[in-house]
Design a protein around this ligand. Sequence first.
Ligand code: PLP
Length: 624
Amino acid sequence: MKNFGLSIWGDDNFVIDGETININYASKPSLLQITQDIREKGYKGPLLLRFPHLIQKQISTLFKTFEKAKKEFDYQGSFHAVFPLKVNQFPNFVHSLMEVSDGYNYGLEAGSKAELIIAMAKTPIGAPITVNGFKDKEMISLCFIAAKMGHNITVTIEGLGELETIIQVNKEFNDKAENPISPKIGVRIRLHSSGIGIWAKSGGYSSKFGLTSTELLEAYEMLKANTLLHKLWMIHFHIGSQMGDIAPLKKALREAGNIYTDLKKRGANALGAINIGGGLAVEYSQHTHSQERNYSLLEFANDVVYLMQEISKRKGVDEPDIFTESGRYIAASHSVLVAPVLELFSQEYTEKGLRLKKKNPPLIEELYDLYNNIKRKNAREYLHDALDHMESLLTLFDLGYIDLEDRSNTEILVNLIIKRSIALLKNEGTDELKKLQDRIQEKYLVNFSAFQSLPDFWGLAQHFPIVPLDKLDEKPSNPASIWDITCDSDGEIGFNRELPLYLHDIDISTEEYFIGFFLTGAYQEVLGMKHNLFTHPTEAVISFDEDGNYVIDKLIEAQNLMDVLEDLEYDTNIIDKALKYRIEESEKISLEEKRELLGKLYLYLSENSYLKTIQAISESNQGV
Ligand code: PLP
């Protein structure tokens, strides 16, 4: 993996330029330079960098591609898109999204009352808002308030109970109104087609959402009976996120298209739009053999447009407007999590670490000879000898014949021999060698929390591209596992022989090494957990000025320790007093020491939970 699979997942957003990975935009700064700039301002620990130009790129590509498909088929309906807020509600993201989407009549989708409030405040009047998910009377009332503000809002019925509430709220809001105004109505349909993959549960007959055909007919009658049929204008479906395969989408489109045309012919004259939900997949893979998506955006758009046209023509109805709620596709690429490596765990396995004695046990002498004389032609044989000697030496230790130093020398020599033989035999790639790679893998302790920043890795084993920010002109040699700093063994991205990650062999006591986790912009932030009380990392928005130079803006530091506790409803005044009291009342320390301790304590309380200093780097006063 020479370029860390950049050509597979990178979408030309980044380039490797000599040693570093750079933004492929404007002055093409390196991620390393941006990271160092922010760290010089005093922000240490993991950093989440947001790039609004990448949000803009996704939005304009989505619109351009659908316009292209429409042109190709001479499609008469229009194309619209909304961003589903559940994918990323963070203000620095949403502000950027609204800024860069100006001119596209781009709207927001809300799935809860809090999201609806964001949508009502942020969507430009006239741009679409769609409201999905389970709703109570208050949420439906908010939709009516939004409509009365002038918003172009569609409330999607997810069940018949909800429709009853809409009818009731409509009466309350409009019966006495001079100018009755209500939201447009959509219905989510329960398709028998479902998506595939880990997020496929949103579609199919057993899905949580949507109306069956029987319920749909009932809803139609209820709308008609309550003179609301003129408000029914959208058919909605969503078959699951990260649809890697295009085939289920085509099936769903045929099914939804036929439902749309049937309802229209039945008398739902206001019906004019089909909302295909989200699901457009992102390529997260770093390896050609494990790619996650089997289609391009153009194929996706062509299929949607062509199938809707074909069904409409066949049934003799006008072609509907097309809405998408793609979220992952819009947001994933916009952010990169950068985290410093704190330690390499088998760094002690070097020749320097050997504690050879004047007289060593014969098997250790032999291991040392094997290590010094290993060559390509004898590598396999010497490797087998070394593994055999190791077994014998460990037995000798268990029986008390050799000591801890001998055992340590055994570990180091065998590790060095394995490393050297893998390097010498690298073209052979046998199973035995692959297994041995697991044994010598290097564990990189990285200053981040997988639970907080990559929850889909923790919960669903979703892969995210990993690239070091530096040394990219050197071939990485260490099969690598990544450990986060939580006290939980699930916080590990283990070395996977099928999808191997190699990182550089570095001496962290003398140099810095940063790992970039890419495509983290969708879902990860709000799903992130505060396991061990590691919170959302420090974030910054990186934009570019007229000269193409980057500007670091809207820096928000990770919460400090007291704020984290306050979020958990601790009374921080009481905690503050308790800590102070315990220092002041301690009988074991002098007055001067107490003053010093209090000073230090208040400094630490003002910082965040991520690690700051470690090992030798701390000596040269560098934070991590
Ligand atoms: N619309 C609905 C109704 C959803 O439930 C979801 C997510 O599951 C989306 C849109 C966004 O999907 P994606 O992020 O895959 O585009």
